[in-house]
Design a protein around this ligand. Structure first.
Ligand code: CA
Ligand code: CA
Ligand code: CA
Ligand code: CA
Length: 296
């Protein structure tokens, strides 16, 4: 009984009939989507899906000063986390996946604009990260078997075609070359590790030579800015891929079982050491100091 009472009351609250501009319209109640500082004044706004999904409504947190941004009819949703600073100016942009494209609302300026997308596409990994070293997150998308990077600050799109099988590895986006901005880190066709520096549109390929490898970690190991990519190569060597100089360093191991102990700074000098232990000498920690190129 109570359920039906609540249900009926809920429906009455949810639907109301309003007269707008002389026309009678059926109006769904606004659906709260979240809070973010969208106009850059340092205070949170509230963001709503309004008018039966045809508008986004933004108000001050106390509900005053509503602004409306139309969205075309049809399915839409926030893209990823949805509220992200894209342009480096104060205020989070609202990022929407709609009608096969991306719509960005810049409430600070009271404007919105779209990026048309064709075919199947989706965010790559977390999808928002700073790639060019200038404030504001870039939008990273996988589509047409490649990667697209949208820099909303400049309004540009960079495309990277990738043939064959590929996937992000590790955290996917990290600084590997020591210049501001993250690189995109991926493996291709099982035997290549690649970094894409969107800032310079440079791709580095490290050919591991076989698919018998696995990622041990991505960390700063040589004391020079930029994270190294650390690979277990066939269990007989540890490869350190240094994107900054586009070279790899190989540390040979004995052909017997071992396991990674840690990747951490143990000597107090900049850069992490890689430590491992042979199973037959469990009390003995072996150390690779990539900064000096020495093992002990
Ligand atoms: Ca912004
Ligand atoms: Ca950026
Ligand atoms: Ca970088
Ligand atoms: Ca380094």
């Amino acid at each position: 009984m109570n359920f039906y009472k609540k249900y009926i009351v809920g429906v009455f609250f949810a639907i109301s009939v309003l007269t707008i501009g002389g026309n009678t319209s059926l109006l769904w109640a606004d659906t709260y989507m979240g809070s973010a500082d969208t106009n850059g004044d340092g205070a949170l706004e509230k963001i709503y899906n309004a008018y039966n999904s045809s508008q986004i409504k933004i108000t001050k947190s106390n509900g005053t000063n509503p602004r409306y941004y139309p969205i075309s009819t049809g399915q839409w949703s926030l893209l990823g986390v949805g509220f992200v600073d894209l342009d480096g100016n104060a205020g989070q942009e609202i990022v929407i996946n709609y009608n096969g494209g991306i719509k960005v609302i810049t409430d600070r300026n009271g404007t919105s604009h779209t990026y048309n997308m064709s075919g199947e596409w989706s965010l790559l990994g977390v999808g928002f990260t700073d790639l060019d070293g200038y404030s504001g997150q870039e939008i990273v998308i996988t589509c047409n078997a490649g990667i697209k990077v949208i820099c909303d600050r400049k309004g540009t799109t960079n495309s990277y075609n990738l043939a064959g099988q590929w996937c992000l590895i590790g955290q996917g986006f990290m600084d590997t070359n020591g210049t501001a901005g993250n690189e995109i880190i991926l493996s291709k066709n099982g035997y290549i590790v690649s970094t894409i520096c969107d800032r310079t549109k440079t791709v580095h390929n490290f050919n591991i030579g076989s698919s018998n490898w696995n990622l041990m970690g991505i960390a700063e190991t040589d004391g020079v800015s930029g994270n190294e990519i650390i690979i277990n190569n066939k269990n007989i060597a540890i490869l350190v891929l240094c994107d900054k100089i586009n070279k790899s360093r190989s540390y040979g191991l004995l052909a017997k079982p071992w396991f990674l102990n840690s990747i951490e700074n143990i000597d107090g000098v900049t850069g992490s050491e890689i430590t491992y232990i042979y199973q037959d000498t469990p009390g003995l920690v072996r150390v690779i100091c990539d900064r000096t190129g020495k093992q002990y």
